[in-house]
Ligand binder design. Structure first.
Ligand code: UD1
Ligand code: CA
Length: 495
């Protein structure tokens, strides 16, 4: 290599995420930060963003409904430290609780909220870089917004910040300021600790305001700066369900924009939803009404939708998945699925498999080139390559007590409307006659027939249904046959 890479080290001593608020306006039994966007809780998204700074310590401050939040964090983010704010006395008190989990900390402490889902790790990295470049003791992330109602306003003093005034405490002149505090900060740890110790609740809300640390730092002669984020949507929070929907739509738009830039066709971004953990290749096409969730991956050239939901599904190259609901399934290259297919966990479709309309599969391994075209239930099934499963076939896998697996060999042919009562094994190259109920194994090259023998009773319609249109039609057909019209000749009876 001709040049040495410049390694930018944005690591910080700690990040404190405030997530103790009541979230009353959500009107929910679920804590606000556990509501989900793009498949992740708000607090999990905040943790992902904070992880970009590789903090030595990551503290989440919990309070309201802390048991639920703590349990969730143990599942999704076991690396975080949990600090408890006993009572919601304000953001300053929340950060005090966070700092009590970080005794003797030095260096930089980043403070964010658990309810700003669009904030990116890159924005935090740039904020830390600006903090260092300007030699600040405190650096605020701010935004200039069309409607600053409710936000803390930034009172400037040259290129420094004098203080933050909360909406409820602001003068008329201050209310006209449009630069707002995003609630995202980088602090020098000592400056933060000193400012928190000095907080008093002498304000309109009677709370301990974290924002008062700014004026305290200035009074102590320290430098406080701000970085204005042009992309102000990143700083917007979630306070109610309408905002939850808006942030979800915006995050989805951003995820889709990223995939479109990476070579994915999205026909209708407004009705296409792709979660954060999904992986898409170049030349994938997503048709309207598609939702890709969990750890779904789609390979090059595949087309998904319309009206398809895939949850933890792996789709092979050039596969076609149409009006399908699938979960924990693998769809092989060049396979065609749907319309109206339901693939349940444990489904594995090989190369060029076709699963058609009104087919449900569960723990079904379907070999390369096999076809399950219509109206079938394949539960606990292993189907060999090239096999053909006729319309209306049922793999009867459950006897009311246990579930058993049935197998169908390579290039075997199951006639329509058959029931395979598990466990049965149909060998390679075997046939099952249409309408059979199969309870025993079938060997290679055998035809299994299991159904009542056909019997035709002549004259039955004339005797039992005389005077009906059916009887008239029968009589006319019989007369034509007698007159030599071969097209309507009655069939031989029996098989
Ligand atoms: C806060 C800022 C305001 C800023 C706004 C940005 C203060 C005093 N004001 O106002 O300048 O413009 O955020 O959205 O900080 N929380 C706790 N414990 C508490 C109170 C709050 O953990 O006792 C958490 C909340 O869960 C939330 C965050 O702190 O994640 C912000 O609290 P919130 O009440 O929304 O602050 P704002 O009044 O909006
Ligand atoms: Ca808020």
């Amino acid at each position: 290599m001709a040049e040495q890479d410049v390694v930018v080290d944005n690591r910080v001593a700690a990040v404190v995420i405030m997530a103790a608020g009541a979230g009353t306006r959500m009107r929910s039994a679920i804590p606000k930060v556990l509501h989900r966007i793009a498949g992740k809780s708000l607090v999990a998204l905040a943790i992902d963003t904070a992880d970009a700074l590789e903090p030595d310590r990551l503290v989440v401050v919990v309070g309201h409904q802390r048991e639920q939040v703590t349990q969730h964090l143990a599942e999704v983010a076991p690396h975080v430290t949990i600090a408890v704010q006993e009572r919601p006395l304000g953001t300053g008190d929340a950060v005090r609780a966070g700092m009590s989990a970080l005794p003797g900390i030095t260096g930089e402490v980043v403070v964010t909220s658990g309810d700003v889902p669009l904030l990116t790790g890159q924005t935090l990295q740039e904020l830390v870089a600006a903090h260092r470049e300007d030699g600040n003791a405190v650096t605020l992330l701010t935004a200039v917004v069309p409607d600053p109602t409710g936000y803390g306003r930034i009172v400037r003093d040259g290129d420094e910040v004098a203080r933050i005034v909360e909406h409820a405490d602001a003068s008329d002149a201050e209310l006209d300021l449009t630069e707002i505090n995003s609630g995202i900060y980088v602090f020098d740890a000592a400056t933060l600790a000193e400012g928190l110790a000095a907080l008093e609740a002498g304000n309109a809300k009677g709370e301990l305001y974290l924002t008062d640390v700014v004026a305290h730092a200035r009074a102590a002669g320290r430098r406080v700066g701000a970085r204005i984020l042009a992309d102000h949507l990143q700083t917007e929070g979630v306070n109610d369900r309408a905002q939850l929907a808006e942030r979800a739509a915006e995050l989805n738009r951003r995820i889709l924009a990223g995939w479109m830039a990476a070579g994915v066709t999205v026909l209708d971004p407004a009705t296409t939803w792709v979660q954060a953990g999904v992986d898409l290749a170049e030349d994938v096409t997503l048709l309207p009404g598609t939702s890709l969730e969990g750890a779904t991956s789609v390979s090059r050239g595949a087309t998904i939708g319309p009206d398809t939901t895939l949850i933890d599904v792996e789709v092979g190259e050039n596969a076609r998945v149409l009006r399908t609901h699938a979960e924990l399934a693998v769809i092989g290259p060049d396979a065609t699925v749907g319309p109206f297919a339901y693939l349940r966990p444990g489904t594995e479709l090989g190369v060029r498999v076709h699963v058609g309309a009104f087919v449900e599969t569960k723990k079904a391994i379907v070999g390369d080139g096999a076809k399950v075209p219509h109206l079938t239930y394949c539960g606990d099934a292993e189907i060999g390559p090239g096999a053909n499963i006729g319309a209306g076939t049922i793999f009867a896998n459950y006897d009311g007590v246990t579930k058993s697996t049935s197998t169908v060999g390579a290039h075997s042919f199951i006639g329509s409307d058959s029931v395979l009562v598990a466990p049965v094994h149909i060998a390679d190259g075997a046939y099952v006659a249409a309408g059979s109920t199969i309870t025993g194994d079938v060997g290679p090259g055998e035809l299994a027939v299991s159904r009542g023998q056909q019997r035709n009773i002549r004259g039955w319609v004339a005797r039992k249904r005389s005077g009906t249109r059916t009887a008239a039609a029968a009589e006319a057909a019989l007369n034509r046959a007698e007159a030599g019209d071969e097209g309507s000749a009655p069939m031989e009876s029996g098989e």
